[in-house]
Design a protein around this ligand. Structure first.
Ligand SMILES: [Cu+2]
Length: 160
């Protein structure tokens, strides 16, 4: 009985000591290299439409890798507004922000939280910052404006 009591006391002491060490180390680790959203972003650009009002995503196949931070520039070069919409993609990334810049490229807004689709007006762009967390091939990239998908605004997103 004494032995068990002594042993229990030893284990309790040891685990308290371990907890103390862990809690002393934790703040350091939390703010260090483990944060995937603090990487230098990889820039990728996708162009929606063109000056002749083509219904297209260019490129129409976009590839990403899990665990890396991306800055996806969604640029509308057409005369009408377009959407960048893919539920499969939206459900497989952790969004850091969507950033909107003014004409002189100064940030004017950052939208944070879960994003499902981004709409961009003619001759403007939006930046979607995200970290892919799930691999997959998503054939549901499209512009959700009536008729645009049918006229060719569709594509594939691959996350490796
Ligand atoms: Cu469109």
């Amino acid at each position: 009985m004494y032995l068990i009591k002594a042993l229990t006391k030893k284990i309790t002491l040891a685990s308290s000591a371990l907890l103390l060490i862990l809690s002393a180390l934790t703040p350091f680790h939390v703010s260090a290299k483990g944060d995937l959203t603090k990487q230098t972003p990889i820039e990728v650009k996708v162009v929606l439409g063109d000056k002749n009002n083509a219904m297209s995503f260019s490129p129409s196949t976009i590839e990403f890798e899990t665990g890396k931070l991306y800055k996806l520039i969604i640029e509308n070069q057409g005369p009408v507004k377009h959407y960048f919409s893919s539920d499969g993609f939206a459900q497989s990334v952790l969004t850091r922000k969507v950033q909107i810049n003014n004409a002189s490229n100064t940030p004017i807004a950052e939208i944070k939280g879960t994003i499902r689709e981004v709409e961009v007006y003619p001759s403007f762009q939006a930046q979607w910052w995200f970290v892919p967390v799930k691999a997959g091939i998503f054939n549901d990239l499209r512009c959700s404006i009536k008729g645009h998908t049918e006229m060719g605004m569709k594509g594939t997103i691959i996350i490796k």
